[in-house]
Write a protein that binds this ligand. Structure first.
Ligand code: PMP
Length: 424
């Protein structure tokens, strides 16, 4: 087994054998597989297994892996060099695309990861308002910067470290953590901290704790409350941006945040992040203003070329209709199989994202998400993997579908998932 050999070698030199914790499969058991190639909806492991992939590199691969148009765009850019350390033409085109598709973004700054995007957006909110405190929501994950790694979702939650060691208590004090979907908690936090809250950051559809939808009117309430208090509203759409609609959740829910963070899809599979929003706020960034933010590789031509190609493939909205059909197909197959088997479960799905909670409780926040039976999820995960379907290796991660899953692949995946459910 080549994967197990690679993992043994990796464990000697890389903490846990991985460069990002969820990849270690700790919460689902077993050793991770290594991937040597990926095409369309399929991963080819180092052991020559073919897996139908519903992780899609944690979101970016909305067109499937190694899409020819994106690959050609990278190849064309590569002919001219890999990094210049000066402005390049791709950056302008990227900014034009993002600001066209996401109207709340009047100005945008590129960076290299979602973590950088949210970290910088928080600093900007603080610099703009002259206030220190921020509000985040339990179970939302915004990357691994100090202010945000508090009651976090994703791998931090999966591995039992939602509050990371190494974050000074004095930093953590500036972050107020509230339950999602709780209006009273928000009102109380604003009353208790008058003129002190710089920003509120949220995943408008929290998807690092499975997949949660805001209650009717909750996002509007949040928008009104933040506007009233002069607090910067930051939508973290690193995951949902360009995944659910070109304009993200803010388009679907018709809410205009002050700042938005992006990543994943806008890099076409290369490392990218971005943050943008109101011009008066963005103009507080250096060199226009006093809030410092920079990056040696920011606006990298290869990443920009890949991202521009990925975004252009989404231009006519046709992909979103196709993806939503695939999402609905999976939802009804999985939910139907669970109901037939008599397993209490929730299968929330929106567009090309879904998750499976093994609980009888409707999930609307971290507390209800944690009623999921993680052990049963682990058996489901392993059963699917044994049969050739790769789901995210955590009870708290959303699954992603690409346009490359269309047709026989999605039918086969649904058959496998429903067969596995019968064995649970
Ligand atoms: N915000 C959200 C909503 C995310 O889902 C993620 C990553 N999954 C991040 C921020 C951090 O992005 P990155 O891993 O690129 O740093």
């Amino acid at each position: 087994m080549i994967s197990s050999d690679l993992f043994e070698r990796a464990k000697k030199l890389i903490p846990g054998g991985v460069n990002s914790p969820v990849r270690a499969f700790r919460s689902v058991g077993g050793a991770p597989f290594f991937v040597k190639a990926a095409h369309g909806a399929t991963l080819t492991t180092a052991d020559d297994r073919e897996l139908i992939d519903f992780v899609c590199t944690w979101g970016p691969a909305i067109h499937g892996h190694n899409h020819p148009v994106i690959r050609d765009a990278i190849a064309a850019a590569l002919n001219n060099g890999t990094s210049f350390g000066t402005p390049n033409p791709y950056e302008v085109e990227m900014a034009e695309l993002i600001t066209t598709y996401v109207p709340s973004i009047e100005k945008v700054r590129m960076c290299n990861s979602g973590t950088e995007a949210t970290m910088s957006a928080i600093r900007l909110a603080r610099g703009f308002t002259g206030r220190d405190k921020i509000i985040k929501f339990a179970g939302c994950y915004h990357g691994h910067s100090d202010s945000l790694l508090i009651k976090a979702g994703s791998g931090a939650l999966t591995h039992g470290h939602p509050d990371s060691a190494g974050v000074p208590a004095s930093f953590a004090q500036e972050t107020i953590v509230l339950p999602f979907n709780d209006r009273d908690a928000l009102t109380a936090a604003f009353s208790a901290n008058p003129d002190a809250i710089a920003g509120v950051i949220l995943e408008p559809y929290p998807a690092n704790v499975g997949l949660i939808r805001p209650d009717e009117g909750y996002l509007r309430f949040l928008r009104e409350l933040t506007a009233q208090h002069g607090t910067v509203l930051i939508f973290d759409e690193v995951m949902t941006g360009f995944r659910l609609a070109k304009g993200g959740v803010q388009e679907i829910e018709a809410i205009t945040p002050d700042l938005t963070t992006l990543g994943k899809i806008i890099g076409g599979g290369l490392p990218v992040g971005a943050f943008g929003g109101r011009a008066d706020i963005m103009d507080r960034l250096a060199p226009e203003g006093p809030v410092y933010q920079a990056g040696t590789l920011s606006g990298n031509p290869l990443a920009m070329a890949a991202g521009i190609a990925a975004l252009k493939l989404l231009a006519d909205d046709e992909a979103y209709a196709r993806l939503a059909r695939l999402g609905a197909q999976v939802q009804s197959a999985v939910a139907g199989a669970l109901a037939a088997k008599g397993i209490a479960a929730q299968v929330p799905q929106t567009g090309s994202m879904w998750c499976t909670y093994f609980t009888d409780q409707p999930v609307r926040d971290l507390t209800t998400a944690q009623t999921t039976d993680a052990e049963l999820f682990a058996r489901y995960f392993r059963g699917c993997l044994d049969q050739g379907v790769y789901l995210p290796p955590s009870a708290y991660e959303a699954c992603f579908i690409s346009t490359a899953h269309e047709g026989a692949v999605i039918d086969k995946a649904c058959e496998i998932m429903t067969d596995v459910i019968k064995t649970l």
